[in-house]
Design a protein around this ligand. Structure first.
Ligand SMILES: [Zn+2]
Ligand SMILES: [Zn+2]
Length: 335
């Protein structure tokens, strides 16, 4: 079990609040994603791959180690260096990351996105969310969510180093997440707003009281969500989830599931999602659309043969061969 998310003993914070404290950050998501996808394990590996500043990377790695998502092993290379590996709790984030990937593919118009290949059947998995108990497909509409009395989003907070980095420049990231996902997951308040919407909150004033969020921040996030097409305002000033917003439920379900498995959450601060048709607590699984088998980490791979490692991209850039910088198989966001 992992330690509580933020400084100051926040273990009474809701599961989702704690999880967002750890994961609601663009760089953290990219660091973990690269650890899975490219098996990056060293400081230099992430620095070169992501084009992230050394100080930001050092802070994020320290946090991931402190939260128990990464573990370190020392090795000698002239001087002592550290290798970072995903712990069991870190490995448990695989379904969550695959769910983000799947949502982007279905909703964010990314034709060049890599396909997760299911080794068991040899096909593109195109995963869908299912109930681990009855194996039926699940959408938000077939679930009921019970929020414990202390499952509050209040005090999620926003430390200075988690300020928004979305609109900053930097090199293009062809494996990275789309602005749409980052708009939702790239900072804690955004995810909290969407989580509240998935829990049925629709009115500005209710978002405000449930989240303890400043009106200006809330206005900003609601406006962005309307722009991205996950919320739509109606005449009665209610913000309703669009189909695209509702589909983000699968990402939310995995985040809640991971948090409940890995974080110290008191009973009355839990969020319980029930699959109504089988009346059991939802244990989310991703299922292969080709063979209906449950997807497991060791049986899924991404074909990275068209992907240029960062070092080669850099040397190509030095030689002024810009064509090599953007491999067509992993094109960036269309939007
Ligand atoms: Zn079920
Ligand atoms: Zn399959």
């Amino acid at each position: 079990m992992l330690r509580a998310a933020a400084d100051g003993a926040n273990s009474d914070l809701s599961a989702i609040g704690q999880a967002l404290g750890m994961l609601g950050d663009r760089w953290v998501l990219l660091i973990v994603q690269r650890a899975f996808l490219l098996r990056v394990r060293t400081f230099a590996g992430w620095r070169d791959e992501l084009g992230i500043s050394e100080s930001v990377l050092a802070t994020r790695l320290k946090e991931l180690v402190r939260h128990g998502i990464l573990g370190t092993t020392a090795y000698r290379d002239g001087r002592t260096r550290y290798e970072y590996r995903l712990t069991d709790a870190g490995l448990g984030l695989w379904s969550f990351l695959l769910a983000i990937h799947s949502w982007e593919r279905d909703w964010a118009d990314r034709p060049g996105l890599l396909a997760p290949m299911h080794d068991t059947c040899g096909h593109d998995a195109r995963p869908y969310l299912a109930c681990g108990t009855c194996r039926e497909p699940v959408t938000a509409r077939e679930t009921a969510t019970d929020v414990g009395p202390r499952a509050s989003f209040i005090r999620i907070g926003l430390p200075r180093h988690h300020r928004r980095t979305l609109r900053s420049g930097g090199r293009p990231d062809y494996l990275g997440y789309c602005p749409h996902s980052m708009e939702i997951l790239g900072d804690r308040w955004s995810t909290a707003v969407l989580a509240a919407a998935l829990l049925g909150v629709k009115r500005f004033i209710d978002f405000q009281s449930r989240l303890g969020i400043a009106p200006s921040v809330l206005t900003d996030r609601l406006r962005r969500f309307v722009e991205v097409g996950v919320l739509t305002p109606d005449e009665g000033r209610l913000y309703r989830l669009t189909d695209k917003g509702l589909a983000f439920f699968e990402v939310f379900a995995f985040l809640v599931d991971w948090a409940h498995r890995e974080l110290p959450v008191p009973e009355d601060a839990r969020i319980t999602i029930t699959h109504r048709p089988c009346a059991t607590v939802l244990r989310p699984v991703l299922v292969c659309r080709a063979c209906d088998g449950v997807l497991e980490r060791r049986r899924v791979h991404f074909d990275l043969s068209g992907y240029e490692p960062a070092a080669r991209r850099e040397s190509a850039r030095d030689r002024q061969e810009p064509a090599a910088v953007a491999p067509p198989r992993v094109a960036g966001c269309a939007s």
